[in-house]
Design a binder for this molecule. Structure first.
Ligand code: NAD
Ligand code: AHE
Ligand code: ZN
Length: 368
């Protein structure tokens, strides 16, 4: 079949809207009509050539929601008409990682996913006979995409596509980092670096968990108002202080119980670790750093009891947890609607990247 898609033909170039050829689902795969997709900073990072796994030409996008239109042989867990959210972290429920009970990082298809291919080692997308690569196993910047059955979460049919797509990455990543990875408890003090599409969800997760002080840190002063909407109690602009770590340690009587990097900047990651409370503070890296970057701190920071951790997709097991997060949204336990600042057509998708880079958007969503 044919599908309209925004294709990343080359790094650092605008996406091009073209009609691609799409092969139907093979055994264990499903064809999904994507109804809406968010634009996450990770898409921009890959498009900018900063991803060591980045492949071109490819169909980016990993934050979608849609409807199953066809299933391949042997598919039992979803059927045509089901509403689904694609999962860049699948859940096979059979691999060592899934069975460990210790991680959400399913290993069943990670190798081919990182090569922009379906589990059988081939792509379903092509353009004028040339292979176009998949991205993060999702490729939601295409109106139709093919996904492994283990990489879709079935969700309730009354959830709007143009908001619940955000649960495919940003919401789950931010809220999940708090409740699954950090396991913030009532009364804990939290610091969040980077108040964008991920950081604001960390803030609302911390509020939901009953955190006491929720300190937001951002170089964009406009983010103060955004943080306050979702539960931030204090705002710090690093440009207004000579030593942001000392300032935070002083503000929180010794430092944060939990801090979160939502910037992808390795210097910020260091500050996030070092603003943690001596003896127990834990810093969680969410941000994705560009290829070649490394983190550093004095080992003494860890010797004296601070902990450095990371999280992908908020530690959520997609097929199990995503439908529950959709329920949280539909029941009003978490907010999504105010964070969707822009709705665009597929033809306007490059504007979504511009709005992200200028700091004007929280989330832009392409509605097909
Ligand atoms: P975004 O562009 O919406 O937000 C980034 C925010 O960080 C902006 O508000 C910006 O002003 C702020 N910022 C930039 N530099 C800063 C600095 N030096 N100090 C303080 N604030 C600074 O991006 P997003 O979509 O929220 O994504 C944030 C990061 O999380 C990205 O690196 C993205 O790739 C990553 N991410 C990781 C996961 C995961 O599973 N680990 C999932 C989604 C996104
Ligand atoms: N490809 C990059 C790593 C990118 C990365 O860490 N991605 C996160 C999700 S970001 C979503 O917006 C992730 O899921 N990581 C775990 C994994 O298995 O990729 C690189 O450095 O090569
Ligand atoms: Zn993302």
């Amino acid at each position: 079949m044919k599908t309209r898609a925004a294709v990343a033909f080359e790094p650092k170039k605008p996406l091009e809207i073209v009609e691609l050829d799409l092969e139907g689902p093979k055994a264990g795969e499903v064809l999904v009509e994507i109804m809406a997709t968010g634009i996450c900073h990770t898409d921009a990072y890959t498009l900018d050539g900063l991803d060591s796994e980045g492949l071109f030409p490819s169909v980016l996008g990993h934050e979608g929601a849609g409807v199953v239109r066809e299933v391949g042989a042997g598919v039992t867990s979803v059927a045509p008409g089901d509403h689904v959210i694609p999962l860049y972290t699948p859940e096979c429920r059979a691999c060592k990682m899934c069975l460990s009970g210790k991680t959400n990082l399913c290993s069943a298809i990670r190798e081919t996913q990182g090569k922009g291919l379906m589990p059988d080692g081939t792509s379903r997308f092509s353009y004028k006979g040339e292979t176009i690569y998949h991205y993060m196993g999702c490729s939601t910047f295409s109106n139709f995409t093919v996904l492994p059955e283990i990489a879709v979460a079935k969700i309730r049919t009354d959830a709007p596509f143009d908001t619940s797509c955000y649960i495919g990455c940003g919401v789950t990543t931010g809220v999940g980092a708090v409740v699954n990875t950090a396991q913030v408890k009532p009364g804990d003090n939290v610091v969040v670096f980077g108040l964008g599409g991920i950081g604001l969800n960390v803030i609302q997760g911390a509020r939901m968990a009953g955190a006491d002080r929720i300190v937001g840190v951002d170089i964009n002063p406009a983010k103060r108002e955004w943080g306050e909407k979702f539960g931030m109690t204090d705002f710090v602009n690093p440009k207004d202080t000579s030593n942001v770590v000392a300032h935070l340690v002083d503000l929180l009587d010794g430092g944060a119980d939990y801090s979160f990097d939502c910037t992808g900047n390795t210097d910020v990651m260091r500050a996030a670790l070092e603003c943690c409370h001596k003896g127990w503070g834990t810093s969680i890296i969410i941000g994705v750093a560009e290829a070649g970057k490394e983190i550093a701190t004095r080992p003494f920071q860890l010797v004296t009891g601070r902990n450095w951790r990371g999280t992908a997709f908020g530690g959520a097991k997609g097929r199990t947890d995503v439908p529950k997060i959709v329920d949280w949204y539909m029941n009003g336990k978490i907010a999504i609607d105010p964070m969707i600042t822009h709705r665009l057509t597929l033809d306007e998708i490059n504007t979504g990247f511009d709005l992200m880079h200028s700091g004007e958007s929280i989330r832009s969503v392409v509605v097909y």
